[in-house]
Ligand binder design. Structure first.
Ligand code: ATP
Ligand code: MG
Length: 309
């Protein structure tokens, strides 16, 4: 399989044994008779790029919604840097450093790109409007500090040419990058990426892959990637968790996951014999999830909205 991009620095091989930033244990989430997550456990280290894959309905979005407090799991624990997240409201979880990008973009269309990124920093601002008038010196210093942080993100993601453009007028690939910028402006410790290349062409996908690697290298943010583009996942992820019907069927480096018979069977429903599958997964999976996502749930799925933005 042709590589999307050069991978300069995967997290060190022993990152899996380091103290995790995020520790998820036995997570179970039910909706009536449907078990969306069934005793799922995994951990993510600081600056690790961790991917979650699985067929439609496997529970990927449900994991994000538990992590950012939109859903409350029936049982299990979620700890970020040793602090429990279960039961906290989404805003409190965002304040602890969990940011999320949205598949359907969380930008305000009429605001400029810069203002959208400044809004991403809102929860970090200590000075409100009234106190800002009284303590104008402090408010001004804070404003300068926030602008500098936003400028750093604009530079990193090469968004300079678009800074004054209303977000609603940005070309699609740039808007997805701006959405990444908005989430990064929250200065997260953990970034949840919900299908960051959905609907992108190959060139835009390659660009996004490069930016994600740069974000990890320059900002050291841990990321969880939910993505149907298997080439992107296998190229970028340090480790992959494969889900099927809410159950974690495999966790490990991409090379191992794409040869795991259980993972292959989950995608193909057991149509093919094990021997025929041994090297077939990347190819198979890119067919299982074509780029245009036809036949998948469309934009506007209520389960993909809400959260820590
Ligand atoms: N709010 C909800 N109410 C009822 N059932 C839900 C809800 N959210 C998720 N589910 C169910 O939980 C299971 C997991 O759904 P989830 O959206 O997490 O899957 P997914 O892996 O993100 O799928 P996709 O790839 O299609 O986005 C599915 O059976 C789904 O129908
Ligand atoms: Mg989903």
């Amino acid at each position: 399989m042709e590589r999307l991009t050069e991978v300069p620095s995967r997290a060190s091989p022993d990152s899996a044994t380091a103290t995790p930033l995020l520790d998820v244990r036995d997570l179970t989430l039910r909706f009536g008779g449907v078990t969306a997550l069934d005793g799922v456990s995994f951990s993510v280290c600081g600056s690790e790029l961790f991917a979650v894959i699985g067929p439609n309905g496997a529970g990927k979005t449900s994991i994000f919604n538990c992590l950012n407090g939109v859903y409350r799991p029936q049982s299990g624990s979620i700890e970020l840097g040793g602090e429990s997240l279960v039961g906290r409201p989404p805003a409190a979880i965002a304040a602890l450093g969990v940011a999320r990008t949205f598949q359907n973009l969380g930008l305000f269309g009429h605001l400029s790109l810069v203002d959208n990124l400044m809004l991403g920093r809102h929860h970090l601002m200590r000075t409100g409007f009234l106190s800002g008038m009284v303590w104008w010196g402090r408010a001004r210093r804070e404003e300068i500090e926030h602008r500098a942080a936003v400028e750093e993100i604009i530079e990193l993601l090469e968004l300079e040419p678009y800074r004054a453009m209303p977000a609603g007028m940005l070309p699609y690939g740039v808007a997805k990058r701006a959405e990444l910028g908005r989430a990064l402006a929250m200065r997260p410790r953990l970034l949840l990426l919900d299908e960051p290349v959905a609907g992108m062409n190959l060139e835009e996908t390659e660009d996004m892959a490069r930016y994600l690697l740069e974000v990890r290298r320059d900002l050291g943010v841990a990321m969880i990637l939910v993505e149907h583009d298997m080439r992107l996942v296998m190229d970028l992820a340090d480790r992959v968790l494969a889900l099927d019907f809410g159950v974690a069927i495999a966790t490990g480096p991409p090379e191992r996951i794409q040869r795991d018979p259980k993972v292959i069977e989950a995608y193909l429903g057991g149509f093919v014999s094990d021997s025929a599958l041994s090297h077939a997964l990347p190819h198979t999976l890119s067919h299982a999830f074509p780029h245009d996502h036809e036949g998948r749930r469309g934009a506007g799925d209520p389960r993909d909205t809400g959260g820590a933005s």
